[in-house]
Design a protein around this ligand. Structure first.
Ligand code: C2E
Ligand code: CA
Ligand code: CA
Length: 685
């Protein structure tokens, strides 16, 4: 493989020998030049690799001196000698420069014998050099650390990487032991530089390659090595040492740990995404994917709890959390194991059941309500009233869309006291769509002054004069067509804008009252409606009081109407009502007798007036209805609460109510709600 150019320099050799060398069968990779001469030339000395010198005795020492100065390093000098010359050379201080001594006047036979041996040596040296080259190249071409040690643990040879790792030169390492090389503590070092040979001893005992995991400190860092150690065999087959090849796997270990820690993070993330932290059950995300994989007709039920905020407010969030978990457990318990239950967030739950939507819905609803009642008794908390919306699901549907349908149905329940469950219909969906466009249009209307105050008078049936009015909102569309409140109040309640609207109407009423005050010096009470959502605002009482002051209107002319259903089991609302009452705003209990009715409400000292709902008035013609009204009115009188009858359309109704002693009558019998300006013209002046 290698290429050797060999210059052979002959002095005073026979023609025959010269020819022999020229014709010698050198291997192909040798380029041999043979120079022959009678006297030595310094220029030739410089390039000769082999010198075969036959000189008279007296010239030998001169030649040695010249060779010492000019001879090529590593070249081989051979003299032809007589015994006399031999002594001369052996006594010279430069005798070591001489490679060999051959006899004088050699036959071609003995010359060729000698040269063969000489060339064999040269060739072996070159081969050795080549092997050395290969070995060095191999051991320095890897990231691993490589070393050769003798039996005692002294390092014979290491690769460059090894030197780098221990920050020492090859020379410093050569012949030294583990503790010195790895800069271990003086105590360890004292114990013996060449110990720490456990794994080497194992390899030498076994006589075969073994794999070890080792840790070493390189610089300031701990490194992990995967080390193959192999025995080195001596000429006689016994083990004379070891060879170690150590791959630094610190980075791999780091990445492995890193990736296992990211895997752990992914697992945690999955847990977070799929497991509801409060109930320990499925999250909505997992629920959706489970429903998709079931691939069967069923129904999706959206559930939340009426006014759950109150539970958190009065009982604290930790009890609130317990309640939420218990509700989840009830739902799990009510449904078949193959049904799915998840908490969507806050007090919202979703159920997937393969029941027929209607049947399953109604069956569960009653049992669910009963179980919730038990729970509120057990935990001594306000009643838990559910809203349940159901939508049919088939596998072609998007789970999310079906859930939103169930929510649409459920949300409608907020405006239907007494009803707890509704199943989605397409009509509901269309309305919901309409509502979304309504939402944007409402903002425009407010900005364009198209949200108007209308007033409906309240008459005293005894005198047939106007004694008050109720403020009712009207939305005038761009086309001037009036949109009734029923179409938008519930939407504004869900998006929170209702507070803005209530205050807007209240201001308009204050403004109207101020006009009446300045122009007539005389006022009648004009009641305003307050949504249950507005009742949750902490600052509402203060703000309403400030606005009244700003317009200079006495609060007794600004009664607040609160729907009866808003006051039920609602501590926050009750508190707001109490504060309005303390601030001397008259409180009218609206829609009394519709939906949830509780005579217990009458015992609350906060109410000044009850407004009998139209449903009660509509039943006057029936005997039981008339009886019921009679008792309610007499009870109210006993409790010193005045009574307004709402939705009175017939003279007969008016007469009956007059006889019962109802204080005010509000209804189409006297007047429909009319625009503010018209009211002013008719009754204000
Ligand atoms: P409400 O407070 O019970 O108002 C009385 C409703 O009964 C009014 O409907 C009124 O027009 C209607 N009404 C009065 N007399 C009769 C009658 O003899 N026969 C019939 N069939 N109906 C009669 P309106 O104005 O459509 O209001 C509906 C509901 O909208 C109100 O019910 C109230 O809850 C809500 N609302 C109206 N204005 C506001 C407001 O400014 N804020 C809030 N939060 N709610 C409002
Ligand atoms: Ca009202
Ligand atoms: Ca009413």
């Amino acid at each position: 493989m290698y290429h050797s150019s060999l210059n052979i320099y002959l002095i005073n050799q026979t023609e025959e020998c010269v020819l022999y060398l020229k014709d010698y069968p050198y291997p192909k990779n040798y380029r041999v030049n043979v120079y022959a001469d009678t006297t030595p030339m310094p220029s030739s000395l410089k390039k000769a690799d082999v010198l075969l010198v036959n000189l008279p005795t007296r010239d030998i020492l001169d030649f040695l001196t010249l060779y010492k100065q000019e001879g090529k390093k590593g070249s081989k000098l051979i003299f032809n000698t007589t015994p006399q010359r031999r002594n001369l050379i052996l006594n010279s201080p430069d005798k070591d420069l001489v490679y060999d001594l051959w006899p004088m006047a050699m036959t071609i036979n003995s010359f060729s014998f000698g040269f063969k041996k000489l060339f064999a040596n040269i060739h072996r040296d070159n081969e050795l050099w080549q092997k050395e080259q290969c070995l060095n190249t191999v051991i320095n071409s890897t990231d691993s650390l490589i070393w050769f040690k003798d039996k005692q643990g002294a390092h014979l040879r290491v690769n460059d990487n090894f030197c780098k790792a221990v920050n020492k030169t090859h020379e410093q390492i050569q012949g030294r032991g583990h503790f010195y090389i790895w800069d271990l503590t003086p105590e360890d070092y004292q114990a013996g530089e060449y110990i720490c040979m456990e794994s080497e001893i194992e390899v030498m005992d076994k006589g075969e390659r073994c794999l070890f995991d080792e840790q070493v400190k390189i610089g300031d860092e701990l490194h992990y090595l995967k080390t193959y150690k192999s025995p080195l065999f001596d000429l006689d087959g016994t083990v004379m040492g070891t060879c170690g090849v150590a791959a630094d796997i610190s980075n791999e270990i780091f990445y492995r740990q890193y990736s296992s820690s990211t895997q752990k993070e992914i697992a945690e993330l999955k847990h977070y995404v799929y497991v509801d932290n409060l109930t320990g059950g499925d999250t909505y995300l997992l629920f959706k994917s489970k429903v998709r994989s079931i691939n069967r007709n069923g129904s999706i039920i959206a559930i939340n709890i009426h006014d759950f905020k109150t539970i958190n407010t009065i009982c604290g969030t930790s009890l609130g959390d317990i309640v939420l978990k218990r509700i989840w457990m009830i739902l799990k318990d009510l449904n078949k194991p193959e049904d799915l239950v998840a908490r969507v967030g806050a007090d919202s739950y979703v159920v997937y059941t393969i029941d027929d939507p209607l049947e399953g819905h109604i069956y569960k609803q009653h049992e669910f309500v009963a179980r919730l009642q038990d729970l509120s008794h057990e935990l001594d908390i306000p009643s838990l009233i559910p809203y349940i919306g159901t939508a049919p699901y088939n596998p072609n549907d998007d789970v999310e869309i079906v859930y939103s349908r169930a929510c649409i149905a459920r949300n409608l329940l907020k405006n239907r006291p007494g009803v707890i469950g509704l199943t989605y219909t397409n009509e509901m969906g269309n309305n919901a769509k309409g509502m979304r466009s309504l939402e944007a249009a409402f903002d425009d209307a407010l900005a364009d002054n198209r949200i108007e105050l209308w007033l409906q008078p309240k008459f005293s049936p005894k005198t047939n004069t106007v004694v008050g009015a109720e403020a009712l909102v009207r939305w005038r569309g761009k086309d001037s067509i009036i949109i009734p409140p029923i179409k938008f109040i519930s939407l504004l309640e869900t998006n929170g804008k209702i507070k803005e609207l209530d205050e807007y109407i209240y201001r308009k009423v204050c403004c109207y009252q101020k006009r009446a005050l300045t122009e007539n010096g005389k006022l009648i009470p004009i009641s305003v409606n307050l949504s249950r959502v507005s009742l949750f605002s902490n600052s509402i009482v203060r703000r309403y009081a400030e606005i009244a002051n700003e317009f200079g209107i006495s609060r007794k002319y600004l009664p607040i109407e609160i729907t009866e259903s808003a006051t039920i089991n609602d501590v926050k609302s009750a508190e707001t009502i109490r504060r309005f009452h303390l601030e001397k705003f008259p409180i009218h209990l609206d829609d009394f007798g519709a939906g949830y009715s509780s005579l217990a409400n009458l015992t609350s000292s906060s109410f000044n007036t009850i407004k009998l709902d139209k449903t009660l008035i509509d039943n006057i013609a029936k005997e039981r209805g008339a009886k019921l009204l009679k008792h309610i009115v007499s009870l109210a009188k006993d409790l010193n609460i005045s009574v307004t009858a709402e939705g009175v359309e017939e003279a007969s109704q008016k007469d009956f109510l007059t006889e019962l002693g109802v204080d005010d009558i509000q209804g189409y019998y006297y007047s429909k709600p009319i625009p503010e300006e018209e009211f002013w013209e008719k009754y204000g002046k």
